[in-house]
Write a protein that binds this ligand. Sequence first.
Ligand SMILES: [Cu+2]
Length: 188
Amino acid sequence: MTIHRRLLARPAVVLAVVVVALLALSACGEAGQPAASPSPTPSSRLGMASSPTAPEQDESSSGTGEALIRILDPWARPSAQAGEMSTSAVYLVIRNQGQETDRLLHAESDVAETVELHRTTMDGGMMKMEPVQAIEVPAGSDVELKPGGLHIMLIGLKRDLEVGDRVTVTLRFERAGEMEVVAEVRQP
Ligand SMILES: [Cu+2]
């Protein structure tokens, strides 16, 4: 009876070790550290393996240190007059393919004097916007920056932004670090 149970249990243990090794690989890609040997406490992390991330793990194993944050469809509003008072906004989708929450902390661009993270709110029927400290992107989810919502505000444009122009924006994330994004100027 006891022997029987042990034999049955063994494949499950092997599977658990493989899953933990995969988790360790994807985690080290994120942290940029050399692969550590699998931790001896697999059971606490097994729950995370049940989330449907298998295709993404395949993707990230194809290259070391592949970004766990991906930026999709970046674009910017056109603006006809450069100058201190002129503004534009950059919109994009932040996809967090990792297993930890990340935060967009800061953005900058050479086309604007000041770049702020903003959100749009309704105040008694009036739309207004205000700076936010950070934009949180939970593990395994997308956050969309879009007109009427969160956006990257460009203030004090150094040049006109015409449809078809490209705007380079540097984003800084708490975990993923800095990344450069090229947003095409287009009509909303
Ligand atoms: Cu704004």
